[in-house]
Design a protein around this ligand. Structure first.
Ligand code: SAM
Length: 445
């Protein structure tokens, strides 16, 4: 479907094809095997609106959408927002100086899914070639974003309304979700967004549109250029080497009156102060590290045994795990224990997101070397960076492992272990039916 919008002067944004999900250009969409479909253990309860795949759903906790036909909540499942395009009403409008933008046409709640950033899924190499082509054709606006370690989404020719979201102090942020085996990029509200507010997010972390676009967001803390806080931009201007081939020969962007020295490096953790890495473990009991939650990235990492993940009970473990959502002090009842378990799950989920963000940030450092060698490997980085990379990868794996182990343990209040592809009925005590058993984890340590 092609869309053409008109402003009052009868002008519209360049014609593009409107699509509702990503299109795969150089490869096919993965075909998910039945055994790879992760099925949650939620049960729809008409009296509890959150029961059908709300915040406690293990798929939601792992940023994975439920698969229609497999979710035990059937039509009540609330965790298929990408697949069902459950977007609030949004309106395209013409800004004064930044081309077109996107408005919230209704109130949007903090954390709400706003829209998917759809486009053509292409390789990095293709993304680089295309961005050079677009630049050479004089295309003013850039629509390529990163999808994963090897691929990008190009919404220049085909995309959703998300392609019109401008860069500014963010009202929204990008998050990656797994849907039917593929990663998809969603825009989520960072805070409550009143109707009539322009949507924006911070482009700085990943910027593919050239280093010379002067930012017109008007924020007092504005960094001057789009992408100016990215490491690539700073390196390019410091003269070390280019991250993106953004400047044309003869151009001297540094002669601009803008000083790049003063730009703080962008840290995705800045988006949400509550998502800072937990402090390094204190020697006292019940610290974040003892609970299996990652500590400081710069401290040596200790991979702890699974039984160090304490589940379900124990004073203050949730608070010690750094959860911002739970402040319970002394669990005494089963309900309290369930709450404690939920707190721990949230904390583990946060630790997993932290670790993923840290790894992504590190990848940003490594990317120039990879691109220079036109290879999707990390062979060409220095040993120290490689070590950091391994450490961050291990930390991410460990955080994922801890979270999934906690889920398998059954801390969601429905202690049925999961098998790939289906939920397993509860195992009766003493019964050995050859099925998967709960992992043995010490709950007191
Ligand atoms: C993803 S598009 C956003 C939609 C775009 N305004 C349009 O009309 O299609 C990104 C482009 O919008 C413009 N843009 C976005 N945010 C901006 C900002 N804060 N200051 C200046 N230009 C901006 C730049 O041209 C950038 O390449």
């Amino acid at each position: 479907m092609n869309f053409y919008f008109q402003d009052q002067q009868g002008e519209g944004p360049p014609l593009y094809e409107h699509i509702y999900m990503n299109e795969f250009v150089y490869r096919k969409h993965v075909k998910q095997e039945e055994e790879d479909i992760v099925v949650c253990v939620c049960q729809f309860d008409a009296n509890d609106p959150d029961s059908a795949c709300g915040e406690r759903c293990l798929n939601v906790l792992t940023s994975t959408e439920c698969t229609p036909g497999y979710c035990p909540c059937g039509v009540y499942c609330k965790n298929q927002k990408f697949q069902k395009c459950e977007y609030p009403i949004l309106r395209l409008f013409k800004t004064e100086d930044r081309g077109w933008g996107l408005l919230a046409a209704q109130n949007i709640e903090a954390g709400q899914f706003v829209i998917e950033y759809c486009g053509e899924v292409i390789s990095w190499k293709e993304a680089e070639q295309r961005s050079q082509l677009y630049e050479s054709k004089g295309l003013r606006d850039a629509y390529i974003i990163s999808l994963n370690g090897n691929e990008s989404i190009d919404a220049t020719r085909k995309g959703s309304l998300a392609r019109f979201i401008n860069h500014s102090c963010p009202t929204a942020r990008r998050r990656k979700w797994t849907v039917s085996g593929e990663i998809r990029v969603g825009i989520f509200a960072k805070q409550d967004i009143p109707a009539g507010t322009e949507l924006s997010y911070d482009y700085n972390f990943e910027w593919y549109g050239g280093a010379k676009v002067r930012c017109l967001c008007g924020a007092p803390s504005c960094s001057g250029f789009l992408g100016a806080k990215s490491r690539g931009f700073q390196r390019a201007f410091a003269g070390a080497f280019y991250l993106w081939k953004t400047t044309t020969p003869g151009d001297d962007p540094v002669s601009s009156s803008y000083s790049v020295d003063n730009i703080p490096l962008y840290d995705s953790g800045e988006d949400d102060p509550s998502l800072k890495l937990p402090k390094p473990p204190a020697p006292a009991t019940g610290t974040a590290a003892e609970d299996g939650v990652s500590g400081s990235l710069t401290s040596p990492m200790v991979i702890e045994p699974l039984n160090s993940v304490r589940i379900g009970s124990g004073d203050g473990e949730a608070a010690a795990a750094g959860s911002r959502r739970c402040t319970r002090r002394r669990p005494t009842t089963k309900k309290d224990d369930d709450e404690g378990a939920a707190c721990l799950l949230f904390a583990l989920q946060e630790a997993k997101e932290e670790a993923a963000a840290a790894l992504e940030a590190l990848y940003d450092e490594i990317r120039p070397a990879i691109e220079e060698h036109e290879r999707d490997t990390q062979d060409s980085v220095s040993t120290s960076v490689a070590e950091k990379w391994i450490e961050a990868s291990c930390r991410k794996l460990k955080a994922e492992f801890d979270l999934y182990a906690a889920v398998v343990k059954g801390v969601t209040g429905n202690p049925r272990p999961l098998r790939r592809g289906r939920a397993v009925p509860p195992v009766t005590e003493g019964e050995d039916n050859g099925e998967i058993k709960y992992l043995e984890m010490s709950s007191s340590q």
